[in-house]
Design a protein around this ligand. Structure first.
Ligand code: PGA
Length: 254
């Protein structure tokens, strides 16, 4: 099973900041074993520069979103084909901020996944329940529905080429983290849902945890058998913190 630590920069940094962050990451990752895939997801305007800066290194570059259509009159949007053309390797889709602020539906997110796969990009499919859904005990139900609606149409072969990120919305940017047990329980549930598409799918798809994952809780989260790394927001903007999380992931796999 692959282990991945991906940094979602959201709408942060500028060209100078992106350059120095990537420079520091390249330097600090040097001493770490290559067993963990390190991905950064800068804002669109910086993708090309970050691709240039990371070429030939262990850092992969992801976008934070794409449009599902191949091309067309969709002002302001970016297609999977364009990302592939640039050399971008992965793309986050269905992040809760996209769902919440931009009205993205499971169906649209599912189409984005298909578009990315068609262009050979790695989709990082986000799911996760809101606070009130967890409090009313509906978290498994909500995440099951998201996974089914977003990924249900994919073939086994396609499913083997995705990454799932479980991000409880109440934990994103709040400093509240799911406990190691809460994370493992949901990840095991997700693994079970993937297994219904075949044992190879369940054994191949990494499930990342996201939501206030920091250097001081990463080791505990990654020690869970079904947590295969993290999707990191705030801590990804600090090279020392991001690298500490990559180190925790490397140590979790020994
Ligand atoms: P956070 O964000 O680490 O700042 O909570 C995670 C995410 O939104 O991917």
């Amino acid at each position: 099973m692959r282990t991945i630590v991906a940094g979602n920069w959201k709408m942060h940094t500028d060209s100078t900041g992106a350059r120095s962050l990537v420079g520091a990451l390249l330097e600090k990752l040097e001493g770490l074993p290559n067993t963990v895939e390190a991905i950064v997801a800068p804002p669109f305007p910086y993708l090309q520069r970050v691709l240039d800066q990371t070429r030939g290194s262990r850092i992969k570059v992801a976008a934070q979103n794409c449009h599902q259509a191949e091309k067309g009159a969709f002002t302001g949007e970016v297609s999977a084909a364009m990302l592939a053309d640039l050399g971008v390797q992965a793309c986050i889709v269905g992040h809760s901020e996209r769902r919440q602020y931009f009205g993205e539906t499971d169906a649209a997110v599912g189409e984005k996944v298909a578009a990315l796969l068609a262009h050979g990009l790695l989709p990082i499919y986000c799911c996760g329940e809101r606070k009130e859904e967890r409090e009313s005990g509906r978290h498994f139900e909500v995440v099951t529905a998201q996974l089914k609606a977003g990924l249900g149409e994919l073939s086994e072969a396609d499913l083997e080429r995705i990454v799932v990120a479980y991000e409880p919305v109440w934990a994103i940017g709040t400093g509240l983290t799911a406990s190691a047990q809460q994370a493992q329980d949901m990840h095991a549930h997700l693994r079970g849902l993937l297994r219904s598409h075949g044992s190879k799918v369940a054994a191949t798809v990494p499930i990342l945890y996201g939501g206030s994952c920091k250097p001081d809780n990463a080791a505990e989260l990654f020690a869970n058998p079904d947590v295969n790394g993290g999707l990191i927001g705030g801590a990804a903007l600090d090279a020392d913190q991001f690298v500490a999380i990559v180190r925790a992931a490397a140590e979790s796999i020994g």
